[in-house]
Design a protein around this ligand. Structure first.
Ligand code: PXL
Length: 259
């Protein structure tokens, strides 16, 4: 029990539904020890993000150095990385770690708050996609990374090919942002292996943190030793169950019940 370690590099959600908090809840549910490198502090509840503050470079790098100097970390994921400076600093360290890296290119919350400055999109493409074992954009993020305007399944497949061309070993584009593609995600890897992954649609408004939970669960299953596609399939089932157990705590969308 708890013999594997996963690391989440991302932002704190004071509401406890997304970001680092969702990731640690996910790791715990999978019986993986969770470490965290906090990149930003957000002040948020279920309806708004009222403040975002990035940590200093030294605070970011020290968290990474201190963890890796002692722990045998098995896998890591990145979430909110706010700006180009933070992406550069993170990438400079990640290059040295020979473990599975799940890059969740967090750009905006479901309520429309920006979690990434516009100028940082190129830094994602240049610095993080080339070292990603898998990148997990939603439709909105896939549009920004690929420069396409995704409307249907065919567009998703084309965007995936485009983004794989930036150097990621694999990509999972989450279809949920399009009405007719809820629960349908597209996987493609650099060997050309591709698969549409389908899930039960869980009817709930309490979806805050579902993207974070998916990438954290992929990271957790990778830490436990599953191969990438199995980790993704298991992570999708984990999200499905957690959505079934989601609950409401404020006046907006509530968090998942990590199960
Ligand atoms: O869901 C993306 C996300 C990531 N990180 C933090 C967040 C959110 C969404 O609210 O708050 C800190």
């Amino acid at each position: 029990m708890y013999s594997k370690i996963a690391l989440s590099i991302g932002g704190s959600d004071s509401g406890g539904g997304a970001g680092i908090q969702a990731d640690l809840r996910t790791f715990m549910a999978l019986k993986v020890h969770g470490c965290s490198v906090i990149t930003c502090i957000t002040a948020q509840n279920s309806i708004e993000v009222s403040c975002v503050e990035a940590v200093e470079k030294n605070t970011l790098l020290s968290q990474l150095d201190t963890l890796f100097s002692d722990f045998d970390i098995n896998s890591l994921k990145t979430g909110m990385l706010l700006n180009e400076r933070m992406i550069k600093d993170t990438a400079s360290k990640l290059n040295n770690y020979k473990i599975a890296k799940i890059i969740d290119p967090v750009m905006v919350t479901r309520t429309g708050s920006k979690l990434l400055e516009d100028s940082a999109i190129n830094a994602y493409k240049k610095l993080l996609l080339p070292i990603a074992d898998v990148v997990t954009p939603n439709i909105y993020e896939a549009n920004l990374l690929s420069g396409l305007k995704i409307k249907n399944k065919e567009d998703i497949e084309n965007a995936a090919i485009n983004i794989i061309g930036m150097g990621a070993k694999a990509i999972l584009i989450k279809g949920g942002g399009l009405k007719n593609l809820k629960g349908k995600d597209f996987f493609l890897d650099s060997n050309g292996r591709k698969e549409w992954l389908l899930n039960k649609i869980v009817r709930t408004d309490n979806t805050h943190g579902s993207g974070c939970t998916l990438s954290a669960a992929i990271c957790g299953y990778k830490a436990l030793g599953y191969d990438l596609l199995d980790s993704i399939k298991k992570a999708k089932i984990f999200v499905e169950k957690s959505l079934e157990n989601s609950y409401k705590i404020g006046s907006g969308p509530g968090p998942l019940g990590h199960h």
